[in-house]
Design a protein. Structure first.
Length: 450
């Protein structure tokens, strides 16, 4: 399947195409040819197609994660109770900036980067996240960059390689972006594309922005008030330097004027709702970005502090938006429209595709797009009986309900099992990497730390 000319019929599922022109179906088929979707509708005929029985399944586009630091996979859970930066308060003892970025990340070797990227990619593929923007702040040498790209590529998933900073003498950021683009991303007709990282709290970011625009790729950056970047953000906005090619991650603690610049420029906002609540980034600016009519998506950020599964993302999105609106309703104030399960699904699929400039290829089950499709078990013990399709996905499901996953028409997960990888061997490799990272960074791995 997925080979040129090969036809596949996904038959008899509840279909949520995430495309208003097509609409939802209680029972429909999806016809694929090679890597692409050819048709969506009831009772499609195709004699020569391989048939996937989607009875009892919800069929929809794969989830799109617009910001995930996959190089940190070996550090999973280490900062379960951690906050973002050391602000002098008691919880600062374990903070992300000092522990992960200033200690752990400094000791990564290219081999660590590779296994972390691969393992993190496969975990999300297994959970139905068919596209990621990987934010790898680990480019200490061109070999580190190559290893990150190889890890993403070997997973066989659709990924956007986010070329962010690195540290030390051998770091070639940002200039090496030209070589990387030429070597790995000269074709648009592949699973991997590229985004330029341009953190405005790092001196020399102007050069990164220039190169990103020279290469014609989006520019992504973290925008967090606690890093003291509000004045710089406002200044860039005032100079007219924002564009629809900007992906602003978090957008916490920014001024009203800064928001206006970003909205007027058509920039995109990537919201990491559970992380922002957990780690003191500031209250996730859901309502602000919705009120300004901005293009928004969801992102998982870091597994050292929170899972990278998208059911958690979608539930956090609806519950937080509704909590704020419901509080106003209870106080007798005017309140915004309550977010629905369908809003969460849109944000988690086509919203992410738009943010990554991939909506011409993915994000909905529109004929002509690539077949990145997931089949979710609506007949499972935790979901049946099915009474609301979008509601079931957003409020009831979890990763065990991801029955099958296709990327560009190729089956990556089937009958609940990820295909093509010896997970035991990979687990052993990432444990070895984990042991090396903790030992070399001089950090104790304490299973029972508070
Ligand atoms: Zn981040």
């Amino acid at each position: 399947m997925g080979q040129p000319g090969r036809r596949t019929l996904i038959k008899g599922g509840v279909v949520l195409p995430m495309d208003d022109q097509i609409g939802n179906f209680e029972r429909a088929d999806i016809l694929l040819e090679g890597s692409k979707i050819v048709a969506v509708g009831p009772a499609l005929a195709s004699d020569d197609a391989a048939v996937i029985d989607a009875g009892g399944k919800i069929v929809m586009p794969g989830f799109v994660d617009t910001h995930h630091h996959q190089f940190e996979t070996a550090l999973r859970g280490h900062l379960a109770n951690g906050i973002l930066i050391n602000d002098g308060r008691p919880e600062s003892r374990s903070n992300y900036y000092e522990t992960i970025l200033q200690k752990f990340s400094m000791v990564y070797r290219p081999d660590d980067v590779y296994i972390n990227e691969l393992f993190g990619s496969l975990s999300q593929l297994d959970a139905g996240v068919t596209t990621v923007m990987d934010v790898s702040q680990i480019h200490h040498s061109p070999e580190h960059s190559d290893a990150a790209i190889e890890g993403l590529r070997d997973a066989g998933r659709r990924a956007v390689f986010g070329y962010f900073e690195g540290w030390g003498e051998k770091s070639a950021y940002p200039g090496d972006a030209r070589r990387i683009r030429e070597t790995y991303f000269s074709s648009d007709n592949q699973l991997l594309t590229m985004v330029m990282g341009g953190e405005i709290y790092i001196p020399g970011y102007e050069e990164a922005w220039r190169i990103g625009r020279e290469l014609g790729i989006p520019i992504a950056l973290h925008v967090v008030g606690t890093f003291g970047m509000q004045p710089t953000f406002d200044e860039l906005g005032a100079k007219g330097l924002f564009g629809p090619d900007n992906i602003f991650i978090h957008m916490t603690g920014m001024s009203e004027q800064g928001w206006k610049y970003a909205a007027d420029a058509g920039s995109h906002v990537s919201l990491s709702v559970p992380i922002e609540m957990q780690m003191r980034h500031g209250t996730p600016p859901l309502q602000t970005s919705i009120d300004l009519g901005m293009s928004i998506s969801l992102s998982t950020d870091v597994e050292c502090t929170m899972t990278a599964d998208f059911f958690t993302q979608m539930r956090s999105f609806v519950t937080l938006q509704r909590m704020e609106a419901n509080a106003k309703a209870l106080a007798g104030e005017e309140y915004p429209r309550l977010a629905t399960a369908n809003d969460a699904l849109r944000t988690a699929t086509i919203g992410g595709a738009r943010g990554l400039k991939l909506d011409h290829k993915i994000g909905s089950l529109t004929p002509g797009k690539e077949a990145d499709i997931i089949l979710l078990s609506a007949d499972a013990l935790n979901v049946a009986p099915l009474n609301s399709a979008a509601g079931a996905v957003v409020t009831l499901m979890e990763r065990s309900n991801v029955d099958a996953v296709l990327v560009a028409g190729k089956v990556k997960k089937w009958d609940g099992q990820l295909l093509g990888f010896d997970i035991d061997r990979l687990r052993h490799e990432i444990e070895k990497s984990r042991d090396y990272l903790f030992e070399t960074a001089g950090i104790e791995r304490d299973l029972f730390a508070d």
